[in-house]
Design a protein around this ligand. Structure first.
Ligand code: OSB
Ligand code: MG
Length: 368
């Protein structure tokens, strides 16, 4: 394939309810969409970068800038294009995994649409539907939290994840356990604690959580390994895992026993699959995380979550958990599961009328 055009579009997507975490409150997503045109086909992708660099160092304006300024010209100069060539062309540029992931995903979508192959087939999906969990934000009170969890369980979600931070941890966890009994329950701290909180975090042990996600800073692998010696709850890493290499280091150091794979955070689906393979080889359970994606990003995440090593329920929730009107045909929960798309590429397309309505800007990138 030869690259003939790249469009960068921003869309404003209000969330159905505010999503509060230790890194801030999201009330809407300001999403960067990529449309890549080649001489043979068209591909779409969503960049998962949030508006502020508070979950990780990336942010949406920065992602758009680095893609337009550096990444697209490098791809245009690279000649014959496929998803693997994207990684090679962008390797000289440091970091910017979410921006790289978006471009690689759009090219992979174009390639797979040309070949008539779905993301699931390409990645090695082993099932037709995936079990779904839901990530529940920090609430203003425990009763409001219980109400939200009650609704998600009634919807059919198979696993609940509670966002925690200092001052919102033992009490909400105890209340959810007490009210809902033996449900699959886990927590995510988004790096809100330090290793000196080990004794406090050990108080979560009696609640039999599936895991605690990213209690400490992104770069604190040794701290996580130390913490793992003081808590019984399995430690899962999210922010710390930026590549198969950091995943291997984390596993070898004993910093985690479970990994949350987010394709956006690790530079794309090819690296996500490598991490999956590494974890399978090391007996480390993995699950697919999310970044409040629209249907475009969700489609590929659900395909990835269908790989055989994804043995834990992911954060791949249905469209209506996030958006009143999704960009694509909505993903729906059936019996706690979402069906893996089967059409070519992502298997879903943006709905033109919805896209028009939510678009806030459109940049056509010069290929030079
Ligand atoms: O830490 O997993 C996280 C959303 C945005 C950024 C980071 C995280 C999350 C979630 C929600 O927990 C995942 C989802 O439902 O998409
Ligand atoms: Mg997380």
């Amino acid at each position: 394939m030869k690259l003939t055009g790249v469009e960068l579009r921003r869309v404003a997507m209000p969330l159905v309810s505010p999503f509060r975490t230790s890194f801030g409150t999201q009330t809407a997503r300001d999403i960067l969409l990529l449309r890549v045109v080649t001489d043979e086909s068209v591909g779409w992708a969503e960049c998962s970068a949030l508006a502020d660099p508070r979950y990780s160092s990336e942010y949406v304006d920065g992602a758009q800038d680095v893609i337009a300024r550096f990444f697209v010209p490098a791809l245009a100069a690279a000649g014959d294009l496929d998803a693997y060539a994207v990684g090679r062309s962008l390797a000289p540029f440091r970091g910017h995994w979410m921006a790289k992931a978006a471009l690689e995903t759009a090219v992979l979508d174009a390639q797979l649409r040309r070949d008539g192959q779905s993301f699931g087939q390409f990645l090695g999906a082993a099932r037709e539907r995936v079990p779904c969990g839901v990530s529940v934000g920090i609430m203003d009170s425990v009763p409001l939290l219980l109400e939200a969890v009650d609704r998600y369980l009634a919807d059919g979600y198979l696993r609940i994840k509670l966002k925690i931070e200092p001052g919102w941890d033992l009490e909400p966890v105890a209340a959810v356990r007490d009210r809902f009994g033996d449900i699959e329950l886990q927590v995510d701290a988004n790096a809100a604690y330090s290793v000196s909180d080990a004794r406090h975090l050990a108080k979560l042990d009696p609640f039999d959580l599936l895991l605690i996600e990213q209690p400490l800073d992104e770069d604190d692998l040794l701290g996580h390994a130390e913490l793992a010696r003081h808590v019984r709850t399995p430690i899962c890493l999210d922010e710390s895992i930026t590549s198969a290499r950091t995943a291997e280091a984390a596993i070898r150091l004993g910093a985690c026993s479970i990994i949350n794979v987010k394709p956006a955070r690790v530079g794309g689906y090819l690296e996500a699959r490598r991490i999956h393979d590494l974890c399978v080889a090391n007996g480390v359970p993995v699950w697919c995380g999310g970044m409040l994606e629209s249907g475009l990003g969700r489609a590929a995440n659900i395909a990835l979550a269908a790989l055989p090593g994804f043995t834990l329920t992911g954060d791949t929730s249905a469209s209506d958990r996030y958006y009143a009107a999704d960009l694509t045909t909505p993903f729906v929960l059936e019996d706690g599961h979402i069906a893996v798309p089967t059409g070519p590429g992502l298997g879903v397309d943006p709905i033109p009328e919805v896209l028009d309505e939510v678009t806030t800007s459109l940049q056509t990138v010069a290929l030079r």
